[in-house]
Write a new protein. Sequence first.
Length: 123
Amino acid sequence: MPAWREWLNRLKGARRIEWLVLALALILAALFLLSNADTSGQETVAKTDLEARLERVLEAVDGAGKVRTMVTQREEEIIGVLVVAEGAGEMRVRLEIAQAVQALLDVELSRIEVVQMRGEEGT
């Protein structure tokens, strides 16, 4: 008789088997969460660094004021950029920001959205 069968025969009663199944499920769930946490953390750091550098550059655009950015990526490809800027109410500023993002990230203008920041966000 295989060793695992002998071990299973020792676990008589439904209560022990239920606890064993529950413990196994918890271990598998923990392993799954830990393996996903490592890769998502690395992606977040890279994106945050890119967004922070982009914000610093865009705040130098004349009239832009405070700027917040969000860059959406799928693997290494940028699929969208959102820029929220205090000065985006002016068409000139909005266009200059969009063109700067296009030049910096090599993204089509159709994938860039520039919107005005609410008053309380910038202060």
